[in-house]
Design a protein around this ligand. Structure first.
Ligand code: RBF
Length: 163
């Protein structure tokens, strides 16, 4: 498949978000990458008509804190329909990579089930900085854009099932 700078999704299948309220939690580690992912997510939510007042963005120090950040948002902002969690963990020489990735993936799953709301995993887990750049607006698209598209689809699904 040909790779472009844009993430590959069918725009006609993305629900309109004008009545949706979305949280975004952004980790500050590898900020160049996480800012690019957050901007991709923000642009996409705006493109699908999520109102500015319904987009709630917070920062946490590192990816490990994404779990408690998402939980805090869902406990304190009643109207939230979903939370997008953005981070970037780059493989180093120690085993921190494995512990952080494992904790975040399990942690976010637990938060989603506890609050019965979609929690979106936009965590890059890469071998090096180049692989992260490639996925933050580079040759493999922007995983923040894909996270926002996933959030819109999951909120629509939940609202449809509740009707
Ligand atoms: N946080 C990230 O978001 N990405 C990383 O690549 C990352 N690497 C870390 C490596 C080490 C050795 C340590 C101690 C922390 C790292 N963190 C990283 C921060 C982590 O997510 C968390 O903020 C701290 O461990 C404090 O709980």
């Amino acid at each position: 498949m040909k790779k472009t700078n844009l993430s590959d999704y069918d725009p006609s299948l993305v629900p309109n978000g004008k009545d949706f309220s979305i949280g975004i939690v952004v980790a500050e580690w590898n900020k160049e990458i996480t800012d690019a992912l957050a901007n991709g997510a923000l642009d996409t939510l705006r493109q699908y008509d999520v109102a500015e007042k319904n987009i709630h963005l917070i920062h946490v120090p590192g990816s490990y804190e994404l779990t408690s950040g998402a939980d805090m948002m869902l406990r304190n902002i009643d109207s939230l329909d979903a939370v997008i969690c953005i981070g970037c963990v780059i493989q180093g020489e120690t085993r921190h990579f494995d512990f952080i990735c494992e904790a975040v993936s399990q942690g976010l799953t637990n938060v989603a089930l506890k609050h019965e709301k979609p929690v979106i995993f936009s965590l890059l887990t890469t071998n090096d900085m180049q692989q992260a750049l490639d996925r933050a607006g580079g040759k493999h698209g922007n995983k923040g854009v894909e996270g926002a598209v996933t959030a819109l689809k999951m909120v629509k699904l939940q609202k449809d099932l509740k009707k």
